[in-house]
Write a protein that binds this ligand. Structure first.
Ligand code: HRO
Length: 308
């Protein structure tokens, strides 16, 4: 089965790729993604200066998913800018994920990383884990200001990684912002911010930063991710490419994202838990599911979710 897909004019050899944050901080990790079956190489969200991130333990996997408070550990944009030409030689698209510790950082990093010519830039408006810094994606005005500034200084397609929204009013408010900012694709969703996992035996939290609060990922967030993919697919009437992220553990989960309107699917928790072999497994499982359902290619089921 051909699982290739196109987002904002860029062709991906497979619809599966890593979610930013999962095995994509160092040169070695990024090269390994390039050599794997993944359909793209997505970098860790980058800041101006290199960062060690929050104190450990800062990731915890459990049966239903994961909680993290990594705190943006990354090499700094200069290192990623230098790496991009080498990564591009591996023959699949490179998505540079841009973050920042203040609003001004975003256009600064975006302009510099654009010069290294990644295939796409993803603007991360939704890191939940920097103590004292709220997720920008929950502030519609700040999001609009920032996206308009970034759009002006880059030449490659611009995507936005959004946090989950839980009310249609918030979907439509952000939809209106996005339609005014020259956004080329959406990535939905980042982790569900500021959850809390408790170990009842030891009577203690499971990660150290922020008193144990952190971003939730994995199976437990799939319905939230699907709802956000579906809501934005409807707002943009299928005309905005969407990368579905959240809760994809097997091929059927990916199929559900496609039905809701995703053009590609990113893998976070289960990539961290299972390693790079997950991409081959998911490709096999999605192919089986599409065959079983009589679909000949991805686009045939995209957005085709039925309502009662
Ligand atoms: O580094 C992190 O703590 C982190 C980031 Cl930037 C993000 O966007 N989402 C997440 O769950 N963790």
């Amino acid at each position: 089965m051909d699982l290739s897909t196109t987002i904002a004019g860029v062709r991906f050899p497979s619809c599966f790729m890593n979610a930013s944050g999962a095995l994509c901080v160092t040169r070695e990790e990024l090269l390994a993604l390039g050599r794997s079956c993944a359909g793209a190489i997505v970098t860790k969200s980058m800041t101006v200066e290199p960062r060690d991130g929050n104190s450990t333990p800062r990731y915890y996997g459990f049966s239903g998913g994961s909680i993290n408070s990594m705190g943006l550990p990354n090499l700094g944009y200069r290192a990623y800018a230098e790496l991009i030409p080498e990564l591009k030689r591996l023959g699949k698209p490179v998505i540079a994920s841009v973050a920042g510790l203040c609003e001004d950082d975003f256009p600064t990093i975006a302009a510099m990383i654009d010069a290294a010519k990644p295939d796409l830039i993803e603007v991360n408006l939704s890191c939940p884990n920097i103590p004292g810094k709220p997720q920008i994606g929950y502030d519609a005005e700040a999001s609009e200001r920032l996206l308009k500034r970034v759009r002006k200084v880059i030449t490659v397609p611009m995507g936005v990684k959004l946090p989950p929204y839980f009310d249609p009013a918030h979907h439509s408010a952000m939809g209106a912002v996005i339609s005014r900012c020259g956004v080329d694709f959406l990535n939905l969703i980042n982790s569900v911010g500021n959850g809390l996992v408790v170990d009842p035996e030891r009577e203690v939290v499971v990660i150290k930063p922020k008193g144990g609060f952190g971003g939730l990922g994995g199976s437990i967030i799939k319905p939230v991710a699907l709802a956000n993919v579906r809501a934005f697919w409807k707002i943009f009437e299928g005309r905005m490419p969407i990368i579905g992220t959240g809760g994809v553990v097997n091929g059927v989960d990916a199929f559900e994202h496609l039905l809701c309107g995703a053009s590609a699917v990113q893998i976070g928790t289960v990539l961290v838990e299972e390693g790079l072999g997950v991409f081959r497994r998911l490709e096999t499982e999605l192919t089986e599911q599409l065959d079983k359902k009589g679909y000949k290619k991805l686009e045939d089921c995209r957005g085709k979710l039925k309502e009662l």
